[in-house]
Design a protein around this ligand. Structure first.
Ligand code: BV8
Length: 230
């Protein structure tokens, strides 16, 4: 891969073959719970018990032994290890499969399922259990302040400055396993295009923003990615 600086964006599709349901697949997560019922600050205010339960379910699901990184995650970790230039991996996913596959230069722009955050102090801590509104935070010692360290709809995604500065100077932008529904992630390809980068969409099917990409490679990530990066 000749490019000097690579930015990679991943979405739920890269974890699909690891057994984590995507949001928009027929049996996706959103079908079980309407988005406005769980992934918004308003929902958390209105019904914290439901929102804690929704993330507890997904956290326990993620920690199940059968959930493992798949060849697509490993291919990206290998690309980072081998590439002489810079590789920044930006994921929309809240799972930890990229880390477990060995990726290091990684930003979770929508947060992480295995972290909890205190709404008052902002303190973030690793968390693998089941949370509830009654839990006391270690920092303030009060109940009702802990929330999943996850970016809900209407909230500002994380690490945006670092992401935009990497996009502004990248030569290659790979978008993998994302449907292009959710912004600002779906707009990253335009920033990469403006920077003069070569932009590639690797997905099971055309995304909503497929027309913005120079190149399209369709197929299952665990099949197309290992071949693409060699
Ligand atoms: C913000 C954490 C402003 C939660 C998530 C109207 C128009 C445009 C935008 C908006 C609008 N109304 C509102 C907005 C903004 C909104 C938005 O974009 N809404 C959409 C729905 C229209 N965005 C926001 O609210 C964002 N914040 O804008 O803030 C702001 C500015 C300043 C100050 C304050 C605020 C925040 C968005 C983050 C929401 N949180 N996740 C949780 O997980 O519970 S988003 C969540 O959904 C995921 O993180 C992910 O990003 C997204 C799902 O998308 P994908 O990852 O693409 O998954 P999906 O299932 O859709 O697609 C999977 C793809 O993989 C498919 O294409 C499939 O074909 C493919 N695939 C399947 N299997 C495979 C495969 N590919 C390869 N191999 C396979 N095996």
């Amino acid at each position: 891969m000749g490019a000097e600086s690579i930015v990679i964006l991943t979405g739920a599709g890269i974890s699909a073959e690891s057994g984590i349901r995507t949001f928009r697949a027929a049996d996706g997560l959103w079908e079980d719970h309407r988005v406005e019922d769980v992934a918004t600050p308003e929902a958390f205010l209105r019904d914290p018990e439901l929102v804690h339960r929704f993330y507890n379910e997904r956290r326990q699901g993620l920690l199940a032994p059968e959930i493992q990184p798949n060849p697509a995650h490993y291919a990206l970790a290998e690309l980072e290890a081998r590439h002489s230039g810079s590789v920044l991996l930006v994921t929309q996913n809240i799972d930890n499969l990229h880390e477990r596959a060995g990726s290091h230069n990684l930003l979770h722009m929508h947060g992480e399922l295995l972290n909890m955050r205190c709404g008052q102090s902002g303190e973030v801590s690793f968390f693998e259990g089941a949370s509830s509104p009654a839990d006391l935070c270690d920092c303030c010692g009060e109940a009702g302040l802990l929330r999943p360290d996850i970016v809900w709809f209407g909230e500002m995604p994380m690490h945006m400055d670092r992401i935009y500065s990497a996009l502004d100077s990248c030569d290659l932008f790979l978008s993998i396993g994302t449907s292009g529904h959710v912004y600002p992630a779906a707009g990253f390809v335009e920033v990469a295009n403006a920077a003069g980068a070569h932009t590639v969409e690797l997905n099971l099917e055309p995304s909503r923003v497929e027309s913005a990409f120079d190149e399209h490679i369709y197929g299952a990530a665990s099949e197309v990615l290992p071949t693409y990066i060699t």
